[in-house]
Write a protein that binds this ligand. Sequence first.
Ligand code: MGD
Ligand code: MGD
Ligand code: MO
Length: 755
Amino acid sequence: MAEDAPRFKPYDHPAGGWGAAAATAKVLLEQSVVTKGSRALLAMNQPGGFKCPSCAFPDADCKKTLEFCENGAKALAHEATKFRVTRDFFAQHTVSELMEKSDYWLEMQGRLTEPMRYDAASDRYVPISWDAAFGLIGQHLRALESPHHAEFYTSGRTPNEAAFLYSIFVRQFGTNNFPDCSNMCHEPTSRGLPPAIGVGKGTVVLEDFEHAEAIFVIGQNTGTNSPRMMTNLVEARKRGAPIVAVNPMPERALIRFTEPQDVLQMATFGSTAIASEFVHIKIGGDLALIKGMMKVMFDREAKGETILDHAFLAEHTIGMEAVRDEVMSLDWSEIVEHSGLEEAQIRRCAEIYIRSKATIICYGMGLTQHQFGSQLLQQVANLLLLKGNFGKPGAGISPIRGHSNVQGDRTVGIDEKPSQEYLDRVRDIFGFDPPREYGHHTIETVEAMHDGTAKVFIGMGGNFVRAIPDTERSYEAMRKLALTVGIATKLNRGHLVHGKDALILPVVARSERIETSLGEQFVTIEDSMSNVTASRGVLAPASPDLKPEVEIVCRIAMAALPESLIPWDRYIDDYSLIRDKIAEVYPEIYADFSERIKDPKGFHLDIPPRRLVWPTPNGKANFLPLPGLDVNEPVADPAMLRLATVRSHDQFNTTIYSYNDRYRGVYNDRMVLFINEDDRIARGIEARSQVALETISSDGVHRRVDALTVIDYPMPRGAVAGYYPELNPLLPLDYYDRISGTPAAKSIPVRVVAA
Ligand SMILES: Nc1nc2c(c(=O)[nH]1)N[C@H]1C(S)=C(S)[C@@H](COP(=O)(O)OP(=O)(O)OC[C@H]3O[C@@H](n4cnc5c(=O)[nH]c(N)nc54)[C@H](O)[C@@H]3O)O[C@H]1N2
Ligand SMILES: Nc1nc2c(c(=O)[nH]1)N[C@H]1C(S)=C(S)[C@@H](COP(=O)(O)OP(=O)(O)OC[C@H]3O[C@@H](n4cnc5c(=O)[nH]c(N)nc54)[C@H](O)[C@@H]3O)O[C@H]1N2
Ligand SMILES: [Mo]
């Protein structure tokens, strides 16, 4: 728990600025990395240096001397920390004792230092040699009745080289069971966009921000989760481009921001207003907003004006009429009701969109994490298609990805639903027959653990048990396994909620040097805008007993598949051989990989819609329907509130850096419930009192989280918010988007009850 008393004080300053500078200094001090950390910060996102381990937003260019942000600095400081989790630490604490500690406490213990194996007799992790650890994994995997009884998770920090080999190894082992953090994140982008525009990625590159005439930022907390993007928003505003921010929470940085790297603004306490239009949407109201904007456009067309890009529509698209007819049939009263907005504001948004000759729409978890998230993104694509906002500078769709290499991992094969062409290619190049049936995504993995078919779980990074829904039941599922393996930099709850056998394997981190018998190796990362760059760590590894992820994958493969003809041992030493294989498997995008990666700026993977080429079955961009105005199944309970589980400013996913959330005015507490004052009063709840939340569901499971302090906050009526992962016990495993498998973590139906 937090050590100091909780405190709430609205934050009235611009985001960024001196507050961010102070927070950066504080975290470097706290992790005792002032000199080492500052040196590493100078190498972060620089040519010849390493890529920031935090978010996936691209870095601007090589001209700037500093290319990091407050939250990048936090991520790095926690990675470069001087604190260590050693064998003595594990000797001092049983796993049951560690379970009593908070996620924050676990994180603060520092970097893992050597491989450990769970010992049931003492309920402790005890040291094991690397050889024995790989031997144990091989033994468990070879003993399985079917390869489908193993689950191979990936979290998006894993670099391309390790992810690619992992995808090949697992397929040679015989399964496509690739649950992935992306399944909980931007999977609606990966599954929803291909039928619409032919690619499951963004179509915007960084330079486009310089040419956009309007930028929409929907369901994304930019100042916290991709702060480097603030530079682009500030620049856009300074040149007069309108920015429309759509969010149920008036996120501070989307309102006013001071660039910590703008010397003049810092010196004069200046700031830039970001959102020219702040759209205070209801949770899940985005569909109504989008359709309202379309309705304005179609109405004006019907009156004889030319609003749409008819040449583009005729040449490149199919299906507009059906979408138009459905939109035209909607009443403004329903649109207003579902969005929670005034008609006049929707009309203003439409006007901004109509006037702009090049519009970018960026979005985050506020759009993806709904029951119909994939289809909702298709409506975003519809809106963009109407005005031909593809294939020209300053326009396009821009999912703002999460983990720094989550997009890259997917590109190089981490995919539970691989295409048949891809599998043919793997067969031809590697000489084995990969499994053809689809594997498990995250939810199916948990289901397989519940029903006992899953026996082995290997976690390549991440913190699976804290990231997935239905915490308590997921813990039970995990504990049924025969073996759990956590391949990680830091101790986390995923290592404590373990199988009968369990291993923790510590890895060399992004900021650290990788030395092999052939000398220093580098890895590669693909950012949110499909730019691939090299990443070279500059720090000495946190312990001599760490291994790079590439070596760990190869050694697991050698242990599990002793007969494999793939030269795993050569890949351990020479990463350029891995890149050559990536180039062979993906010639359209990765040809000449080893040559092209020499450019310090990296290179862009081809995104066909940028060339007005649509890799869909009919070769066109398709308007796809989502009738009605609901992005979640309606719930007929007048007491229902929609709960969005969000990140604070001081966390990276399940890693908690502190109990503060400066921009939302919360200090020393994470067990809070942001609520509209009128909703609170209507329920007879005292200000700042404690309440409990219960999930409204029909599956007979009682889900409840207690002791949440209510905070009056400018939320729309009917919407509440609180923090992930603390509120994951409220999220039913079965409550997810059927197309992508992504849990609807932004729209959990809940009711407030007495604590
Ligand atoms: N510092 C830091 N950086 C990160 C991360 C981190 O935890 N910390 N996580 C990384 C990862 S993996 C990811 S995926 C991204 C996540 O980055 P974001 O997508 O910004 O993630 P969230 O904090 O979940 O919040 C999304 C926003 O959606 C809003 N929202 C909630 N419901 C709705 C809705 O119905 N409609 C709309 N329009 N908005 C809604 C919330 O108020 C919030 O502002 O960030 C990445 N970067
Ligand atoms: N309710 C709710 N649930 C959510 C979300 C939400 O918004 N609401 N968001 C979802 C999203 S978007 C995501 S992406 C998932 C995140 O799910 P995960 O990716 O599984 O979780 P993280 O917290 O990012 O993982 C942190 C751990 O990764 C390990 N790690 C860090 N760096 C490295 C590295 O370089 N290599 C290796 N091997 N390990 C490393 C550390 O040990 C650390 O403890 O959670 C999802 N869950
Ligand atoms: Mo994510």
